[in-house]
Every structure is written in structure tokens, then in C-alpha cells.
Design a protein around this ligand. Structure first.
Ligand SMILES: [Zn+2]
Length: 312
């Protein structure tokens, strides 16, 4: 059997088994833990997964940045043995008794078994070149990185922890948006996280760096992903709110080919910098070094506007 036929065969088997939950998860690159070979989503060349992992999942042929899971990101960004996870045990429930083709608890169980995570984000603290930070990493392999109550709660607690301890906050986004299975409870996470960020950034005067990876869309884009003091993105990352087809149908206009790419957003002033994955740690480290002596930082408790003013 040729490699191409083998990949095609595996893809069909996966579709039949119904393990995949979103269209994006059907791509071979999403299956990051099994098999030896995968195909580049951009140029289509066949890649040996072991070598691809060593190259931080950047295609050898065209430089396209394939999706990475949260464990690989921690390994690549955080100094060895310095990662301390926080709020690992928070796990989701099914408040709306939601069922589509499958019941929500069933989807959760499958995603938990496949990824080894409780929900679509990992939070914790660690060192980047010796500088302590609070880090949140969304994982697209868990139900398309969708944001439900647990994702929102973990990110909010992480922000509050960073505010109390005076840590710079870094969140790496990869998400299809709010989780429809939790309805309004997912949507309210947007406001909750934004509120915690306001305290971190504007009351405690601490730094928040948002790193956007492909894809960052929907409610995540419409809240914390775009609220960074500095917003970095990976090359050619898909970043947007509504999908291209929805916008084209609403506006009755043809959109440019590079619409909703990191390059398009940089050109229009929505993000600050495009950083290739191989330079991300260095870029973050240099930025952290630059900001670590920034004045007027207030921490040790969660300041509010009121006690911030009264402390003057
Ligand atoms: Zn490629």
C-alpha cells in the first residue's frame, strides 16, 4: 500500500468510527498522536510525523504552521521542568441536557479520552528563559477548542491568579468560538474573562500578551483574544469572528483571498506582530525582559477601581 493510499484509508476509517466532532478535526493533521505520516494542509506534501514534531509542526515544504496540541506548546515554550498546572481538576457538566446527533456528555467523554484533558484549555505557571509567567493554552483538538463554562472559569481564575501574584499573562488561543452545547453559559464567559482582564491590565497595570494561532474565531476573537496589550499571531493563521461565507452572503460582496489571515489583520492594524513558531519563545522572552521593570504595577490582592483610587 502506498503512503497516500494508507493515509486515505486511515481517514475513511476515522470518519466511519465517528470519533471526529468538527469538520476541522477530520483533517489528518488533527490526529496528532497516531500514525507515522500526515499531509500538509497547505501544500499537500507528505510529512513524517516524528520529523514534523521536531520541527514544531511547521511544514518542511512550504513553512505552513500545522496545528499543535497544548502539551507540545508547553514543551516548546516553557523552560524544562518549570510547568506547574493550575485548576486541572475542573471538569464540565451538561447544564442544558443538550443533545444533537450525540449527547453532550458523550462528546465530552470521547474528547477527554482522546486528549487526556478535562476541557479545551490548559492553565498554569512556568518560566520562559527564567522569567515567571501565567500561561493559558487552548487546545483545538478538544471539541474544536470551544469555550464552555470550564474554559471560561479556568482562564478567569488564571487571570486573577496572575493579578494577585503580579505575573505577566500569556494566552495562546486556538478556538472555533463559544461552545454551543452550553448556550448562554458559554457566551457569558466572554464578559467574565474580559472583566478579569480589565482588572489585570487597567487596575493592576500588568501585562497581557495574546498569541493567536490558527484558527481563532467566534466568541474567543470577540473577547480575550483581541484584548491583549500586545497581540502576536502565527503566520497565515485564520483569525476572524463570523465565517467568510456568512460575511459574503450578508454583504453581497466578494472578499479578498487573504481575508481573515494574520497578514491581512496586521496590514489593517488589528494585531501587532506576526511571529513564526520557531521564534515565538525568543520573542516572548525579549518582550518579558523589556516589560519586567515596568513601573506602577499593583498586586498582592485583586485591585478594583475603587481601592485603586483610595490607595492614592
Ligand atoms: Zn506545506
Amino acid at each position: 500500500m502506498s503512503i497516500l493510499a494508507w493515509i486515505e484509508d486511515r481517514r475513511k476509517q476515522k470518519l466511519k468510527s465517528g470519533l471526529s466532532q468538527t469538520t476541522s478535526n477530520n483533517s489528518p493533521s488533527a490526529d496528532n498522536t497516531q500514525g507515522l505520516w500526515t499531509r500538509c494542509d497547505s501544500c499537500g506534501i507528505i510529512l513524517y510525523i516524528k520529523h514534523l514534531k521536531e520541527n514544531q509542526r511547521v511544514c518542511f515544504g512550504c513553512g505552513y504552521h500545522l496545528q499543535m496540541n497544548s502539551n507540545e506548546r508547553i514543551e516548546n515554550l516553557i523552560d524544562s521542568k518549570s510547568w506547574r498546572p493550575l485548576y486541572e481538576t475542573l471538569s464540565p457538566c451538561d447544564p442544558l441536557d443538550f443533545k444533537d446527533q450525540k449527547a453532550y456528555p458523550e462528546r465530552l467523554k470521547e474528547a477527554q479520552e482522546r486528549t487526556g484533558l478535562q476541557d479545551a484549555v490548559q492553565t498554569g505557571t512556568g518560566l520562559i528563559d527564567g522569567i515567571p509567567i501565567a500561561l493559558g493554552i487552548m487546545d483545538f483538538h478538544f471539541m474544536g477548542g470551544s469555550m464552555g463554562s470550564v474554559v471560561g472559569e479556568k482562564i478567569t481564575r488564571l487571570i486573577e491568579y496572575a493579578t494577585k501574584k503580579g505575573l505577566t499573562l500569556i494566552i495562546i488561543s486556538a478556538s472555533g468560538g463559544a461552545r454551543m452545547q452550553e448556550g448562554i453559559l458559554s457566551l457569558m464567559q466572554m464578559a467574565k474573562i474580559s472583566g478579569a482582564l480589565h482588572v489585570h491590565q487597567s487596575c493592576a497595570n500588568l501585562l497581557y500578551i495574546s498569541v493567536l494561532t490558527s484558527p481563532t474565531t467566534g466568541g474567543v476573537t470577540a473577547s480575550f483574544a483581541m484584548l491583549g496589550d500586545l497581540i502576536f499571531a502565527e503566520p497565515k493563521a485564520l483569525i476572524g469572528f463570523a465565517g467568510r461565507r456568512v460575511i459574503e452572503q450578508t454583504l453581497q460582496e466578494q472578499l479578498p483571498d487573504n481575508f481573515q489571515t494574520a497578514e491581512y489583520l496586521l496590514h489593517h492594524g488589528l494585531i501587532d506582530l506576526i511571529v513564526p513558531r520557531s521564534f515565538l519563545k525568543q520573542a516572548l522572552s525579549e518582550t518579558l525582559n523589556f516589560y519586567k521593570a515596568a513601573p506602577f504595577q499593583i498586586y498582592g490582592y485583586i485591585p478594583t477601581k475603587l481601592n485603586f483610587e483610595s490607595s492614592d
